[in-house]
Write a protein that binds this ligand. Sequence first.
Ligand code: ADP
Ligand code: MG
Length: 546
Amino acid sequence: MASSSLKPKVAEGPAVGIDLGTTYSCVAVWRHGHCEVIANDQGNRLTPSCVAFNDDERLVGDAAFNQAASNPTNTIFEVKRLIGRRFSDESVQGDAKLWPFKVVADADNRPVIVVQYQGKEKWLPPEQISSTVLAKMRETAEVYLGKTVKNAVVTVPVYFNNSQRQATMDAGAIAGLNVLRIIPEPTAAALAYGLEKMPISSYRSRRTLLVFDLGGGTFDVSLLKIDAGIDGMDQGVFEVVATAGDTHLGGADFDNELVKYALKEFMRKHPINTGISCNNKALRWLRTACERAKRMLSFTAQTTIEVDALHDGIDFSTNITRSRFEELKKDLFSRCVKELEKCLRDAKMDRSSVHHVVLVGGSTRIPKVQDMLQKFCNGKELCRKINPDEAVAYGAAIQASILGGGTDNKRLVDVVLREVTPLSLGIEIEDDYTMSVVILRNTAIPTKKVARYTTLYDNQTSVTTPVFEGESASTKDNNLLSTFELTGIPPAPKGVPKFNVTYDIDANGVLKVTEGRKSGITILNHGGRLRKGELARLVQEAKSEW
Ligand code: ADP
Ligand code: MG
């Protein structure tokens, strides 16, 4: 595949990389031969992926995050857990129970967030919330660069399916961005470290990288192979060979353990003062104080969890040592180790064959996490040259510069990422839920596959085909991506009409289905995605102050 055919359309101006995280987002740009992580208007290099609404205004980032305790039902966070999913998904049902804001289903079984904004009830699709965060990141970059920013590479978790990737691209479009490419987070981190740690020439030998990403709410571990280009071309091939992890394991769990500890301490000191566990505001304040204490414990041996007038006017303060904290979350560490083992098992690899171990995510700053990982890898040195919570944005910025035609650095020119499909794609041919695979998992993308279809009975004028992704032999256990319908088939005996249906997965991992005849093909549904008219409306709405 010639690299030029992989190049997306580039708009005028610079190209940035955006790590759109579950809890924090980060934007970076490649300039003057190095990567610059851009601080927001509060001076922070990470921006909470948080949007809030009140009677007067809409708040984004730090401003939204800082008022969360006093406006919990209208402060939206972790929307990445919703994007591109169906309302009825088990994970959506589970998450919605824990959030203080309201999530309902729309007519197409997609999740919608309900908020009170300027005195009215407003229904917002996840794409719109994410687009608000993306727009904030774009503005942050614009202020810094003094230019309009259109082009961006946006990262997603490696396991994000078609609908989730497409929905993320839609969020970008609503934010006024030209999304050059969607790339997986571990690939971005590997690219950042690859460039910092290894000379491009070392891509010529096969290297294995373990990317350990422990963020705010999710844990992802990925094994990547980095190889020299194929066909004698100078391309770095980055291939994710195995992934494991836990979508509900991260910094928030460490915070929870600390909150439990602090509550116990409060009740021990004030045994007659019950009711604190029902005081939502007090709990929020306590959580903020605990998170702060947790961060401190990454650098100091002990600290204080402190909140003035926490409950019933009582000031609360308690000491905690790093070793006590590590004791509290022992089982969280062992859950990490289990996933590491699973990832290596899936890749049929031994831990000794890993060449580099890369730390990603704010929670990998915890010394005990680093110790545990280093021990697991037989004492191997961990790569910590780049801030773990900035590595993904860093890699995205490199890729943005390459795709955006950045010419200021020779180091970049030769690196082209090649990705593979994370999940197999197939259709249900019979009524017995059998998954017939069309494009196998781990196929290099972009890829195209033509399948021939015919009718099953005489005078059939339409054929309806559901498309699934996943590795199960039964479509019941896979994700329904979309359903297409071939219509206008001239009446004929069964088996006579013939059509060629093309399944096209682009470089972003997004599927398009087309068919040769003019009478055409109708896409009946798009899984959890926005409809075309709806996207256009949201793009329009975003241009005005909504
Ligand atoms: P995301 O999940 O959005 O990718 P990040 O990778 O930025 O998020 O990780 C955010 C998490 O990292 C939060 O739970 C935060 O408390 C935690 N964190 C940030 N800095 C530290 C630190 N110094 N010590 C421990 N945890 C930290
Ligand atoms: Mg992250």
